[in-house]
Design a binder for this molecule. Structure first.
Ligand code: SAM
Length: 405
């Protein structure tokens, strides 16, 4: 039995997704041996209510030179992070010689705007390939995992930060004690630590179970983040909801007593409590819906194969590893997956070994059905692929339930 990584409390497992691979490890067709697998299961801490994975995957297996997720691939996300940076420039970064640090800056999607505004910045990014892309845009990047020792070095060499920001990264990091000691070492007395991640409230409401994979160690709520912040000497002082990536919350954290919490914090926590969000009955009901989606999706794809229809998948996302491996999809059911990322093309999907092709393969010729793995970018993709529907093609979605559009 695992203990909670935040408070040491007892974890109760509520869903087991079975044997799963590294979600971002796209394989060369002639190098299939030694593929890494682990048991993907999620549990709830009965003390601090943090929802987390039961098993931890070593960080170097996930974040390395060849990490294939490039944040700037989506125009919606480019806009989102440009607005994020502009907001910081207008609020937290108006004092003398302001300094912003980003944990997991990836290809520089957010820091680009700060760099262009001439504001002192630093990205801390362990994955060498994506960090190099950020550097090529004139962004300062340190190739390292953010943790206490990194933060202490950055503070010594560069001074203290007004803002430490992270998007879709804090939920990837099990060792929160070291992270908060690092924040303490690097943040100015009245600075803010701001991070945004997929929100458990949206995940349970939409049954977006594919937000659960090796990299997403924690599924946060305002209540669990508040408890975590307090444990490490900080306060949760603001929360904001965003529709990106299927629903996220941006948490603003300050040193205990440094800032007055906004009413939004108590409001969201009250909403979570009223809904019984991080409780076993809610999470077990979520698990039952996941099982139903799995059964419905396998039944639909099997029926389409029997009818001789062609089915391909769209978007070789990290999150699709969960649905593909849970449902045992293979190239009999889904001929290939198309994706714009060159680093994924001509490789095989993790665990299920479905070929990944370039987007040109999608229209050449169009399939009868396209399984939308990248459902979090549905609007952007469906607008871009208007001709597919016009040619009679249909989209298959599996969140919040299996349906055809
Ligand atoms: N912030 C970008 C965004 O929202 O699109 C990138 C998100 S990507 C899913 C997660 C990033 O976090 C990866 O680039 C990964 O290398 C980085 N990462 C993982 N662990 C980290 C750590 N301990 N310190 C800093 N970055 C980390």
């Amino acid at each position: 039995m695992a203990d909670c990584r935040i408070c040491g409390g007892v974890l109760t497992e509520f869903y087991d997704f079975g044997r799963q691979p590294l979600s971002d490890a796209f394989l060369e067709p002639d190098k299939l041996e030694g593929e890494f697998f682990f048991r993907l299961a999620v549990g709830l801490c009965s003390d601090c209510t943090m929802v987390q994975l039961m098993e931890e995957v070593p960080r170097d297996k996930m974040f390395h030179e060849d990490y294939p997720y490039f944040s700037s691939g989506s125009s919606v996300m480019r806009k989102h992070f440009e607005l994020t940076a502009r907001k910081f420039l207008e609020t937290e970064l108006t004092g003398p010689d302001p300094f912003i640090v980003e944990i997991g800056c990836n290809d520089g999607i957010m820091l680009k705007t700060a760099a262009e505004a001439g504001v002192k910045h630093l990205g801390v990014e362990p994955s060498g390939g994506v960090g190099e892309v950020a550097r090529s845009k004139g962004i300062r990047v340190r190739t390292a995992f953010f943790e206490e020792s990194t933060a202490v070095e950055v503070a010594k060499e560069e001074g203290h930060a007004d803002v430490i920001f992270a998007a879709n990264t804090i939920c990837h990091i099990p060792y929160m004690d070291s992270i908060f000691r690092g924040i303490d070492a690097l943040l100015k007395p009245n600075g803010v630590f701001v991070f945004e991640d997929p929100y458990l409230g949206d995940i349970t409401q939409r049954t977006s179970f594919d937000q659960i994979y090796d990299e997403h160690y924690y599924l946060f709520t305002a209540r669990s983040v508040q408890a975590m912040a307090r444990r490490f000497g900080f306060d949760l002082v603001d929360v904001e909801r965003y529709p990106v990536h299927g629903g996220e919350v941006r948490y603003t954290i300050a040193r205990a007593g440094a800032r007055e919490p906004s009413p939004a914090v108590a409001e969201l926590i009250a909403e979570e409590n009223a809904a019984g969000l991080a409780t076993l009955p809610t999470l077990e009901a979520f698990g039952a819906k996941v099982t139903k989606i799995k059964e419905d999706l396998v039944a639909l794809l099997t029926k389409l194969r029997e009818e001789g229809k062609t089915v391909v998948a769209y978007g070789a996302t990290a999150k699709s590893a969960t649905v593909a491996n849970l449902c045992g999809l293979n190239s009999d059911l889904v001929s290939f997956v198309c994706d714009t990322t060159p680093q994924k093309q001509n490789r095989l999907t993790p665990g299920t070994h479905i070929p990944v092709r370039s987007p040109e393969a999608f229209s050449n010729p169009y399939p009868d059905y396209a399984l939308l793995f990248a459902w979090n970018h549905a609007e952007e993709i469906m607008a871009k692929e208007k001709a597919f529907r016009e040619a009679g093609g249909k989209w298959i979605l599996y969140v919040p339930e299996v349906h055809v559009l």
